[in-house]
Design a protein around this ligand. Structure first.
Ligand SMILES: C[S@@+](CC[C@H](N)C(=O)[O-])C[C@H]1O[C@@H](n2cnc3c(N)ncnc32)[C@H](O)[C@@H]1O
Length: 273
């Protein structure tokens, strides 16, 4: 695909990004360009379309394709207890300490929550912490937000293919899920979640300050300046002493570095000064 001046985008690609922004309010320019091109390329191949112009025309006449493209652009691969070592540290070190400080009334945010696998995992660990404390229901709230409305609807259903819980320890599966395939989440887990649509590239945090913010496997898709802005936003969202957990290959960029202490480099757990 040809480009004009170095750094400039060819007009057909620019027009296609404009079309996507107009239809979905999705800001392609905030994401890594290579990532956006690869995902659009996947949809173009699936529809046997060979130019950006032709694909933009297809989007205008086929709303279902437009939705499929949005799905492809907002990759929402996730699962319960993804990266078990991170969750073990959250369960054994982060939650007990936060619990003591706030008598269980924790305010948490899962930003880029996909279909709820991450915030529901956190809810399960909060329920486990409550059991250990001898308190029947944790007085906690988890804001679970994502850009993608379809993912949030799946989160509302609370029903998942069995593969989604393959990393979850068996005792937690037995305690908090029913059924075989799909598996269905217990209502007590669902009650801790407050779902909402939220765009990390342009909206302030939903209900700061938070004691714990999870934003895992999200910022990796954004270009550097947007990563810096999101790092500032996530840090602003934290109460002093609050924890921030990123994905295992993600890092904090920009001015936010000075406001955070990297508490556990391996699990990418930061703490606000
Ligand atoms: C790969 S999933 C990560 C899910 C989960 N956090 C995990 O680690 O398993 C990335 C999620 O980020 C969401 N996302 C992408 N762009 C976003 C934006 N601008 N604002 C909020 N969420 C966004 C996607 O819709 C997707 O659900």
């Amino acid at each position: 695909m040809s480009r004009g001046a170095p750094g400039a985008l060819e007009p057909a690609f620019q027009a296609l990004m404009h079309e996507i922004a107009k239809t979905h309010g999705f800001r392609c320019d905030a994401y890594k360009e290579g990532c956006i091109r690869r995902r659009i390329g996947v949809r173009m191949r699936a529809r046997a379309v060979h130019s950006y112009d032709a694909y933009a025309a297809l989007l205008r006449r086929d709303p279902a394709e437009s939705q499929r493209l949005l799905d492809a652009l907002t990759i929402h691969v996730s699962r319960f207890y993804r990266n078990p070592e991170t969750w073990e540290l959250i369960a054994t070190a982060v939650l007990p300490e936060l619990w003591r400080g706030r008598a269980g009334a924790l305010r948490c945010w899962s930003a880029g929550c996909a279909a709820g696998e991450e915030p529901y995992t956190l809810a399960i660990l909060l329920l486990e912490q409550a059991r250990r404390e001898g308190s029947p229901t944790p007085p906690a709230i988890i804001d679970a937000t994502d850009y993608d409305g379809a993912s949030l609807e799946r989160a509302a259903q609370g029903s998942y293919p069995r593969a989604a819980i393959k990393d979850l320890p068996a005792r937690l599966t037995r305690r908090y899920f029913q059924g075989q395939d799909p598996v269905v989440l217990a209502p007590e887990v669902r009650r801790l979640i407050r779902r909402g649509r939220h765009d990390l590239t342009r909206e302030p945090p939903p209900a700061a300050p938070y004691d714990l913010v999870l934003c895992r496997n999200v910022v990796i898709y954004f270009e550097t300046r947007t990563q810096e802005r999101i790092a500032s936003l996530l840090t602003d969202a934290l109460a002093p002493g609050g924890y921030l957990v990123l994905g295992k290959v993600e890092t904090i960029r920009g001015e936010a570095r000075a406001r955070l202490v990297l508490q556990n480099p391996r699990e990418r757990i930061y703490r606000r000064r």
